[in-house]
Design a protein around this ligand. Structure first.
Ligand code: SF4
Length: 403
């Protein structure tokens, strides 16, 4: 019998500056505590069961590139030892600011083989609007430094829907990004939630005012045009659009994120990290850094919540995450798990979605149409279970918030 794959997420909440639009669990100005935090990560890992075969490790944040390469190496080595397997993909998110340059070569030696670089934009005006702590030239330098250190699998993040960013600006930024020849691009619409849901960190007071000001200048139609333009441009130069926000050279899709969309089991360690057993149990750690450290240092698991998903919640998650994949979700696979073809089980939602041009059924696949990819929220509404919809996991929350 083959051993099920498993995935490890390591949350590193530290950032040099905390961005006003960010909903992740982050803390600014506490870098001196990084060594203590790394010890806590190792302590937490030792308390967790190591099930399955570890296929991927993902250092997300926050700013994991603030970690010393030796600290990353300790975490990767501990994961290998605990799971007795060597992960095929180890990703680390990095910030391109020249004020926090990571030891790229050291990270490679530590076992990292994929970099996700938070460029956000290659235009200074947009970076200023976002109040990011780096410039376009720093972004390029960071990218080239990662390449020079031998990283042959680099993903870059870009943001669209930025107030003041015209369609021509976005085209120019995208072309500049394509010229760098990354293996993978993740494109995100600027989200300026004014009332974030329960999973998001509450916005700081100044940040809320900033968000209101910017949100008033956002244009949904323009953001939709920018998304369509990205689809066309990236397709024309050979990137495979495999997930709502993700494009890759064939074979360079993110294996870690694909595991979320396929609802595989993962363990999340670190402040605010979530875990899922691949069946029905989900749990999450405290997002409070002090409490996290105190819990682990006194031998307590830092888990603050656990829930068992109901069958309707699991069925909804299967659809919501499956529809994130551009190729669509398999009706046979759904039927094998839930005992019924989703086209029958969710007949009103599927019929309505097809009639509105948001969904299509193509043999075994149920998928979003190009218009549906712009209005994924709307297409998913009819699939929501009546109860439990408010307690969706982070990956599902993202799906529900897509595009
Ligand atoms: S957007 Fe990135 S760098 Fe900015 S606060 Fe959030 S995690 Fe940190």
């Amino acid at each position: 019998m083959s051993v099920a794959s498993h995935h490890l997420y390591v949350h590193v909440p530290f950032c040099r500056l905390v961005c006003a639009y960010c909903d992740f669990v982050t803390v600014g100005g506490r870098r001196a505590e990084l060594p203590r935090y790394v010890d806590a990560l190792l302590g937490e890992m030792s308390m967790r069961p190591a099930r399955g075969e570890l296929e991927t490790v993902y250092f997300g944040g926050g700013t994991p590139s603030l970690l010393a390469a030796s600290a990353v190496e300790r975490v990767v080595q501990e994961a290998r030892d605990r799971w007795r397997s060597v992960p095929v993909e180890v990703t680390l998110e990095a910030n391109p600011s020249q004020r926090e340059v990571p030891d790229w070569s050291g990270l490679r030696l530590a076992g990292v083989n994929r970099i996700s670089l938070g460029l956000q934009s290659l235009r200074d005006a947009e970076l200023r609007t976002l109040a990011r702590g780096h410039t376009a030239s720093e972004a390029r330098r960071a990218y080239l430094a990662a390449r020079s250190a031998g990283f042959d699998n680099v993903s870059i993040d870009l943001i669209y829907g930025i107030p003041g960013q015209s369609l021509a600006d976005w085209r120019g930024g995208l072309r500049a990004a394509i010229a760098l020849e990354p293996e993978h691009l993740s494109l995100y619409a600027l989200q300026l939630a004014l009332a974030p849901d329960e999973w998001a960190a509450p916005p700081r007071s100044g940040a809320l005012r900033w968000r209101r000001r910017l949100a008033a200048r956002q244009q949904d139609d323009l953001a939709a045009d920018q998304y369509r333009l990205a689809e066309d441009l990236l397709d024309a130069v050979g990137y495979h659009h495999y997930e709502l926000s993700s494009w890759a050279r064939v074979g360079r899709e993110s294996r870690h994120n694909a595991a979320y969309w396929a609802r595989r089991a993962y363990t999340g360690i670190g402040a605010g990290a979530h875990s899922y057993d691949g069946e029905a149990i989900r749990s999450w750690n405290t997002g409070d850094l002090d409490r996290y450290l105190a819990d682990v240092e006194t031998g307590r698991q830092p888990v603050t919540g656990t829930e068992r998903l109901s069958e309707p919640d699991r069925a909804f998650e299967a659809i919501a995450l499956g529809l994130r994949r551009v190729e669509g979700t398999s009706r046979c696979a759904f039927a094998a798990e839930f005992g019924e073809d989703p086209v029958h089980r969710f007949a009103p939602a599927v019929e309505q979605g097809c009639a509105n041009g948001l969904l299509e059924v193509d043999d075994d696949l149920l998928r979003l149409t190009p218009n549906g990819r712009l209005l994924a929220n709307e297409a998913l509404l009819g699939f929501l279970p009546e109860a439990g919809a408010s307690r969706l996991s982070e990956p599902v929350r993202e799906a529900a918030a897509a595009r």
